[in-house]
Design a protein around this ligand. Structure first.
Ligand code: SAM
Length: 292
């Protein structure tokens, strides 16, 4: 690829193609090949792997992935980047570039179209546009196709929230939701100067190892996530008040806390996934008993 190995070279390359980075699309392009190689290296790729890449941009990570994986399917929203992206990747025959929005594209259908014989679990990577990080990660974890792991560059604070343990201020709904389906590993930080243009925040690379089964067994996922969301929506309140305010628990009815073995004066942010699961299951049981 026409490698831009400095911010100045990258700016000149963009200028040649009449492009300016779009802030609204989170366009901060990596130019440091050392960082790129570390991201690609974090996915333990081999030629048997099919990779989905989110937001290839100018293709610097795409090329590194294509050197190690069997096939790379890369989804980029900005059609204006395609002439330069295609030029940069013209030497690779194992890359499929798709113009589309990662928030809505059907990844399962893309895999069927471009890797019809592939029966394994794919790997998902990307230097993510920060404006959609959390919903995109949840969408990718939820759905519709088999994956083994995800490696993402995200805002450092988001990486810390995803990997947080109970008790700290970073621990919240995002931590629980991701940890329900995956085991997160914070890998390394990347300073703003590794990108052109540099973002205002520091970044970090996180690896999410997908679980074969959710981290906890729950009777009903919807109830589990309702309890989790309510507990963190009113962070400063006790669990009992948070669930009451969310309309999930009526204090005049059964004492779900006693039955779940959880003190009602605790705050949601101190509960681990097992405790959230227990509380949600008891809540569901009491609701079912009331309906009988
Ligand atoms: N991978 C490149 C790199 O590391 O230099 C670019 C990373 S840049 C942070 C994010 C990329 O995601 C941009 O190319 C941007 O246009 C693209 N993007 C933004 N929103 C997107 C969306 N909804 N779906 C797909 N790509 C998107």
């Amino acid at each position: 690829m026409s490698a831009a190995t400095s911010p100045t070279a990258l700016r000149a390359l963009l200028k040649n193609y009449g492009l300016t980075p779009k802030k609204g699309l989170g366009q901060h392009f990596l130019w440091e090949s050392r960082v790129v190689e570390r991201i690609a290296g974090a996915a333990d790729l081999s030629k048997k792997d099919v990779v989905l890449e989110i937001g290839p941009g100018l293709g610097i990570l795409t090329a590194a992935l294509a050197r190690q994986a069997g096939l790379v399917i890369a989804v980029e929203i900005d059609r204006n980047l395609f002439p330069l992206l295609k030029e940069n990747l013209k030497d690779y025959d194992n890359i499929r570039l798709v113009q589309g929005d990662a928030r809505t594209v059907d990844f399962g259908a893309l895999l069927q179209e471009y890797a019809p014989g592939f029966t394994g679990s794919c790997k998902v990577l990307g230097n993510l546009p920060y404006y959609i990080t959390s919903p995109l990660i949840m969408r990718l974890l939820d759905g519709g196709f088999r994956k083994e792991l995800l490696v993402f560059m995200v805002q450092k604070e988001v990486a810390e929230r995803i990997a947080a343990s109970p008790g700290g201020k970073e621990y919240g709904s995002l931590s629980v939701a991701v940890q329900y389906s995956a085991d997160p590993q914070l890998l390394f930080q990347v300073p703003p100067h590794a990108f052109y243009p540099p973002p205002e925040v520091s970044s970090a690379v996180i690896r999410l190892n997908c679980r074969k089964r959710p981290a906890v067994d729950v009777k009903d996922e919807a109830t589990f996530f309702k309890v989790v969301r309510a507990s963190f929506r009113y962070r400063r309140k006790t669990l009992k008040n948070a669930l009451r305010e969310a309309g999930l628990w009526d204090p005049t009815k059964e004492n779900i806390f006693e039955e779940a073995g959880i003190l009602p004066g605790r705050r949601g942010e101190t509960l681990d996934l097992v405790e959230f699961a227990r509380l949600a299951d008891v809540l569901l049981q009491t609701q079912e008993r009331t309906e009988e």
